[in-house]
Ligand binder design. Structure first.
Ligand SMILES: [Zn+2]
Ligand SMILES: [Zn+2]
Length: 338
């Protein structure tokens, strides 16, 4: 049952006759006081009472019909709206889910995490909790849960998100390059239909703020000296290694070739001055907003760095078109406009 046969969700493939007890058991205790289940687990308040459950985390497309507190005294609940699809953003909710479970357990409550089928979404949330709580890698935590609940099979988008969660140190750091790259990837998945780009995607134009953070470097147009971006906007990648952004699309092997060539470009998050150039097209040039010198290019489908690594989407600035300038922490309030 653990062989991967089809990319679709496990619960659709499962032959009911193979696991006759799965539907009879509405929930499973995967750690002391931590239960995993499907919609049936909350359908009967008796089940909750028997297990002593007083905290329920629902991760589903619709809020369950159970009335908070009905039949269970002091019930605490958290609802996270999410579809069981690879493109669903679960990562952004992981911190509060893990905190909810952790707090309930600290208070001595038994917790139920459930989705609709108890196979993908709830398994992803519980895996994240086990990873952080037991200091396990994604693979270790997931395999451990599958030994307890063999039909557990999260979709590959969630697998990828949990690997990013691990790479961020079991805490979602929205200022990290990993998260910024992830957020860009999420936008790319919906990109052609988007009417406008979310503003939080763009780094503030460095010409509108004079204050720099300690140790930050400012990058300016080599030709006209216009400030273009800060070092905090650079989305670093390891040279020539497999593309993290493609990991869930099984495209890694053909790009794993390490060429040993150095990166000749910076890949950065979009900066406000790029906005008008980006919308409505899949790729194009990035020009200096002041002197129109060619700085690089962008492509929502991705571009390959000179080192061999693919970055998706890509906002690429050639290193030889910009100059670095160390930013001095400014004490005054002067705003320099160029
Ligand atoms: Zn590179
Ligand atoms: Zn310029």
């Amino acid at each position: 049952m653990l062989e991967s046969q089809s990319p679709s969700h496990g619960f659709q493939d499962r032959n009911p006759s193979e696991s006759p007890t799965a539907s009879a058991v509405p929930m499973l205790e995967v750690r002391p006081g931590l239960y995993l289940g499907g919609a049936a687990a909350v359908a009967e308040p008796d089940h909750l009472r028997e297990a002593g459950i007083t905290a329920i985390l629902t991760v589903d497309s619709e809020e369950p019909g159970f009335k908070a507190g009905a039949g269970v005294e002091g019930l605490r609940s958290l609802f996270v709206p999410a579809l069981d699809k690879p493109e669903t953003d679960l990562l952004s909710h992981l911190d509060r889910c893990v905190a909810f479970i952790g707090q309930a357990r600290t208070e001595g409550r038994a917790v139920l995490v459930h989705c609709h089928a108890g196979v993908s979404r709830s398994v992803a949330i519980v895996t994240a909790f086990v990873m952080k709580n037991d200091k396990l890698s994604f693979e270790e935590a997931y395999e451990n849960l599958q030994t307890i609940k063999p039909e557990a099979k999260m979709n590959e988008g969630f697998e990828w998100q949990l690997k990013l969660y691990q790479a961020m140190g079991y805490e979602v750091d929205t200022s990290s390059a990993i998260y910024k790259q992830y957020r860009l990837q999420k936008v790319t998945e919906k990109y052609p239909e988007l009417q406008s780009l979310p503003q939080e995607l763009f780094a503030v134009d460095p010409t509108t703020v004079s204050q720099g953070l300690k140790d930050e470097v400012l990058y300016k147009c080599r030709k006209c000296r216009r400030s273009l971006f800060r070092s905090s906007s650079i989305l670093g990648h390891s040279e020539g290694s497999g593309p993290l952004a493609f990991a869930h699309k099984r495209m890694a092997p053909s790009f794993m070739l390490a060429t040993g060539t150095q990166c000749t470009s910076y890949f950065i998050e979009p900066v406000q001055w790029m906005e008008s150039a980006l919308l409505g097209v899949m790729d194009g040039q990035l020009l200096c907003p002041k002197c129109s010198a060619k700085l690089g290019s962008f492509n929502w489908y991705g571009e390959q760095c000179s080192c061999g690594r693919w970055i998706t989407p890509a906002f690429q600035i050639h290193k030889n078109r910009v100059d670095e300038k160390k930013m001095l922490p400014v004490l005054g309030s002067q705003t320099r406009k160029i």
